[in-house]
Design a protein around this ligand. Sequence first.
Ligand SMILES: Nc1ncnc2c1ncn2[C@@H]1O[C@H](COP(=O)(O)OP(=O)(O)O)[C@@H](O)[C@H]1O
Ligand SMILES: [Mg+2]
Length: 303
Amino acid sequence: MPIVSVINYKGGVGKTTIVANLAAELAWRENSVLLIDLDPQASLTFSFLTVDSWRQNYAGTTTIRNWYDAFIDQDQDIELSNLIITPDEVNRYMKGETKGEIDLICSHLSLINVDLELATMLAGASLRQSRNNFLKVHSRLLDGLNAVGVEDRYDYVLIDCPPNFNIVTKTAIVASSRILIPAIPDYLSTLGIEQLQRHIAELTNDFNEYAQQAEIAPSIIGVIPTMVQVYGGEPINAQRPYIDSIRRTGTPVFDTFIRRNNTLFGDSPQYGIPVVIQGVSGPTQTTIQTELENLTTEFVQRL
Ligand SMILES: Nc1ncnc2c1ncn2[C@@H]1O[C@H](COP(=O)(O)OP(=O)(O)O)[C@@H](O)[C@H]1O
Ligand SMILES: [Mg+2]
């Protein structure tokens, strides 16, 4: 069962949109999917819940923030499984059509403060203590997911990461077997990809050195070109060089790209149902749904 972190240092490149649509299509294909929203912006959370429902039912007690807090305060630990919710809207929509399901661990807007607190936990009086603290903090999510028994409960776990490499993000990388990188084919969005890969390699080395064995080996599935401008079925000339240049670095790039469509993608999160499984309303939507379906097929093949 793959645990996949979806990450890019750049915000607004379509990470959350990819996570939501991959999850929906995988669930539509009879899979059980667990989503974890680690971005304090909580866009993934609000793609499946209304802000009101989140505030009333989950914000106080049932977000990933509560779980990191419990770790930091150390007075009580909560099990990660207590934070897993089954968003009503999308699962009701899929019911009867598929045995698949989407579960979600919500984010919280104040998750941003957790990073600072985790950082203070890293300090140790001795080398040995620092080493233990490093492993304890960075394994937090890995240990939590193991305790939930995700292996038996889910077919896929997808983690929506914030656009940084802070400690919360590192806990996601340590917990992941695979990494997925959505990127707009433009200068700024592709700039950080090599750096990101270097940082993942460094974290992997540090972790395995501290653990004194090769415990983790997160590997890149590939880069997904997003918000692509299409002319005659192909990315426009201005964007193609960026896709080619990523390929030249040896990083795998998906053959499937997702085209830009502000109307479809901009509106969809507020209805709680990702574009890929919405009812068809016209040829443009069909084209985009086909791209998202192909993306899912390629994603599964590349795993
Ligand atoms: N292919 C696309 N075409 C047009 N707009 C998109 C596309 N994918 C995502 N968007 C929109 O762009 C914004 C940023 O996307 P999002 O998935 O939240 O990015 P990230 O998670 O990387 O910050 C959102 O408003 C989203 O609806
Ligand atoms: Mg996002």
